[in-house]
Design a protein around this ligand. Structure first.
Ligand SMILES: Cc1ncc(COP(=O)(O)O)c(C=O)c1O
Length: 400
């Protein structure tokens, strides 16, 4: 039965972790996978998450009955309020449909299937570069014509805004456009407020189907409201669009698969039709979502004290990342290497500009593992390993 099956290519970031684990070097560092770590290089369970889990464990009214197909309303509503702000007219007047999904990935998949099946969308654009799963999700959902718009200029190590504008002005009407709402993965470079205004106006003029992918709210500035600015700007323009929200990073709930798919809808007559189609798609995928992670998030967001504690912890995490950016910048300067992009970039990642030969050199000579495109997870830096990594990068830059 299986004779004709060819192996699929490995997922690069997970292959990198496997290679890292197999390495026996005493100074080995994994700068690959996008997960927060402490200054001790350990995974971090947020204190507020532990607190919520304790409360949940003591609640004997909870059962393991199936959740509704579209998930826990206490979770989807509270998460949507975090995205748009509690006072936003969109939230107050319920101009949205929200569906609990399996992480941001599940939200993107549900959204893509809906756009293909119910909106008959057939062409999509993703940024170049982007999180590689964007391509795979769109194609698996049926939108096989996936194109890209320019985003990164390797020479300036910054956004190629001119190129982006040119490309987006030329997209066919109704094309699906994936935008990274904040802390662009992998480049760590976001648009300015003025640039967002310009891009969104161009897309609205093209009648584009906009999908805001937001996996790092709170990780760029440390402030949830600031990091929601692009999504809120689009909401203020009064158009209909999608938001795919991941709680994996900002709640540190990576393996609980917590996400929220929001369809902003102004046509009241169509709310039930859209909701029923979304539920139909969920039913054939995961039928109904898991409870634990969503319950943790709902417990935190629906309690003033816990919600405030969460905001503070997020601020601390974002602060540590910023400190690590500064530290790397300073340690590279000692080697006469000036990398302003490391401090100008934002969020979890830095797009270093290291080329594949330098990446290979770092791995072969220093047991420093990073993605082939030069992306590093800044959370993997600590005050103990930053010197070693900076020395290794300097050697790579000078020798490879
Ligand atoms: C840009 C982007 N979107 C979506 C996701 C999905 O996150 P998850 O499915 O882990 O919640 C990620 C995760 O790395 C991401 O980087």
């Amino acid at each position: 039965m299986f004779d004709g099956v060819e192996a699929a290519p490995p997922v690069k970031v997970f292959q990198l972790t496997a290679d890292f684990k197999a390495c026996t070097g005493p100074n080995k560092v994994n700068l690959g996978v996008g997960a927060y770590q402490t200054n001790e290089g350990k995974p971090y369970v947020l204190k507020v998450v532990k607190e919520a889990e304790q409360r949940i464990s003591k609640d004997f009214t909870l059962t393991h009955e199936y959740l509704p197909i579209d998930g826990l309303a206490a979770f989807t509503d509270a998460s949507t309020a975090v995205m748009f702000g509690k006072e936003s007219p969109l939230v107050v007047n319920r101009k949205y449909i929200a569906v609990q999904c399996l992480g941001g990935t599940g939200a993107l998949r549900l959204c893509s299937e809906f756009m293909f099946q119910c909106l008959k969308r057939s062409v999509a654009y993703v940024s170049k570069p982007t999180w590689p799963n964007h391509n795979a999700i769109l194609k698996t959902a049926g939108i096989t014509d996936v194109r890209s718009y320019r985003y990164w200029d390797p020479n300036t190590k910054s956004v190629d805004f001119q190129g982006m504008v040119e490309d987006l002005k030329g997209v066919p009407e109704y094309a699906v456009i994936f935008l990274h709402a904040v802390a662009h993965n992998p480049t760590g470079m976001d648009l300015s407020t003025e640039q967002w205004q310009e891009i969104l106006d161009i897309l609205i003029k093209r009648n584009a189907t906009i999908v805001m992918d937001t996996a790092y709210q709170g990780f760029a500035s440390g402030d949830l409201d600031k990091d929601a600015a692009s999504v809120r700007m689009l909401a203020d323009k009064g158009v209909e669009f999608f938001v795919c929200q991941s709680m994996s990073k900002n709640f540190g709930l990576y393996n609980e698969r917590v996400g929220n798919m929001i369809a902003v809808i102004h046509n009241a007559d169509k709310v039930e039709a859209v909701r029923s189609q979304l539920k139909r798609i969920v039913r054939a995928n995961w039928s109904n979502p898991p409870s634990h992670g969503a319950l943790v998030v709902a417990t935190i967001l629906n309690d003033e004290t816990l919600a405030q504690q969460w905001r503070l912890e997020l601020m601390e995490m974002a602060g540590r990342i910023k400190d690590m950016r500064q530290l790397l910048y300073e340690k590279l300067q000692v080697h006469q290497i000036t990398w302003p992009h490391v401090i100008n970039q934002t969020g979890m990642f830095s797009f270093t500009g290291l080329n594949p030969a330098q990446v290979k050199f770092l791995r072969d000579e220093y047991d420093v593992f990073l993605m082939e495109d030069g992306r590093v997870n800044m959370c993997a830096f600590t005050t103990s390993n930053a010197q070693y990594i900076a020395d290794a990068i300097a050697a790579a830059v000078n020798k490879a």
